[in-house]
Ligand binder design. Structure first.
Ligand SMILES: Cc1cc2nc3c(=O)[nH]c(=O)nc-3n(C[C@H](O)[C@H](O)[C@H](O)COP(=O)(O)O)c2cc1C
Length: 174
């Protein structure tokens, strides 16, 4: 099986809890908070699963959105010019579709675009069916660019969504 690295940003812990569930399900190494990670740490893996919540107005978590620490906002610029070709990258995003129906899980798009630009093969797009929101930047060609999770309004659906998504991913990376 591919060597999988799980990296996440978080402010209130939801995205970390999901990262732990993913690592447990896959038998992967302990997930790393992106505030403690370097690009080299990521490049050690063939396959990456990256988690982010959305904060502010459809933004990545970071100091400008009131996050307690640095996060994806500060990490993402360090990827400029890096080569992720040959790597497979899947994204999951946490958000709140009821409170933020026009910015639901927007932050996923920023990770998606940056890693794509670095040459990564992006996997793990997910159907928008079953969610109740109006607009999301993270929807490309009618699908989320990664797995959307809402722990505030659809917590009960998370375990089954995760299981299906991880099965899809493991089939994709063989
Ligand atoms: C101030 C604030 C702004 C938020 N903005 C958004 C948003 O724009 N879009 C969205 O989908 N969710 C938004 N959320 C919801 C969070 O993404 C959600 O609560 C998530 O589970 C938090 O993850 P964490 O516990 O890993 O930090 C916001 C939450 C807060 C408190």
């Amino acid at each position: 099986m591919a060597k999988v690295g799980v990296f996440f940003g978080t402010d209130t812990g939801n995205t970390r809890r999901i990262a732990k569930d993913i690592a447990t399900a896959l038998g992967a190494a302990k997930p790393v908070n992106i505030r403690n990670a370097t690009v080299e740490d990521m490049l050690a893996y063939d396959t990456l699963i990256l988690g982010t919540p959305t904060y502010g107005e459809g933004q990545l978590p970071g100091l400008s959105t009131g996050n307690a620490t640095t996060s994806w906002e500060e990490f993402l610029p360090t990827l400029a010019g890096q080569d992720f070709s040959g790597k497979k990258v899947a994204i999951y995003g946490l958000g709140n579709q009821k409170s933020y129906p026009t910015e639901f899980v927007d932050a996923m798009i920023y990770l998606y675009e940056q890693f794509k630009q670095c040459g990564a093969t992006m996997i793990g797009a997910w159907d928008t069916e079953g969610y109740n929101f109006q607009v999301s930047k993270a929807v490309v060609d009618n699908r989320f660019v990664g797995l959307a999770l809402d722990q505030e309004n659809q917590k009960d659906l998370t375990p089954a969504r995760l299981e299906t998504w991880l099965k899809m991913l493991t089939e994709a990376w063989g």
